[in-house]
Design a protein around this ligand. Sequence first.
Ligand SMILES: [Zn+2]
Length: 337
Amino acid sequence: MSKRPSPISATVDFEADGVQHGFLKLPISNDESAWGAVMIPVTVVKNGEGPSALLTGGNHGDEYEGITALMKLANTLKAEDVRGRVIIVPMMNMPAAQAGRRTSPMDGGNLNRSFPGNPDGSVTEKIADYFTRTLVPMVDVVLDLHSGGRTLDIVPFAAAHRLDDKEQQRRAMEGAKAFGAPTAMLMFELDAAKLFDTAVESQGKIFIATELGGGGTTTPESLAITERGVRNSLIHYGLIEGELALPEKPQAYLDMPDAACYVQSEHTGLLELTLAIGDAVQKGEVIARVYDMTRTGAEPVEYRAARDGVLIARRFPSQVNMGDTIAVIGVVVDSLD
Ligand SMILES: [Zn+2]
């Protein structure tokens, strides 16, 4: 059965040249607003024929690196500097972003676990559906800016996924390298089925995934890496002119071969990480201790690295619950071809 059209309407004309700032409007009806709408800001910058790119942040509402970088870009990108079309949505899950949360306070929805979405579903599922069926088909490439949010800190990287279509994977990996973060990654997802990434890749489009810091804030460094990467991506895919700005040190290449990269806690308590983000680690080395907070005098539980590698992500809060990811270890490789 074919799906009905999306209930979301745009106040911008995606085919018009120039710079337009507007909204994606999703009708809602609740106690605060009987005939209301979720208003998701969108900017379209178009100049004639050429490639089309979709730049997204706030897929998770507490990941401020992408949100901030895209708000700044939307305010500054000029039509005469663009060839083709750049669509900027700094806060895909607007209700989550306004609440400063990973998920939507309206329905509890985690947007990046809601794809391909449903026009008859929850608010979050309707947003996902609009991206899947309306925005993604308009573009050639999607750059989705994530970071660790409030509960994770992540080494800044751009990534491609392992795909059955090796040419599609190669083109995404070229883009991930050109993003110019300190690290480029071949990324393994714990559960890819309902990600935005998969919804884009399944349409044969190029998808660049990024993780660019975390802790629910930005730093001058993380924001600089994000802004530089966005600009590099626009240059790489032919939307603006300029020279790629690459990192000072040679880019590190990391692989995540399997789920064993993720170290998850089997205990609840006080977390001590013995490594900093980006540190090298040997197999068998203690990477974290978890202390029983209910008493003194108890030995902590130790967590050890299952492989040689680099600490690419860590839990940010010092309290940990069973099942939380404590650490992620990536494997250093010479190439990602
Ligand atoms: Zn995210």
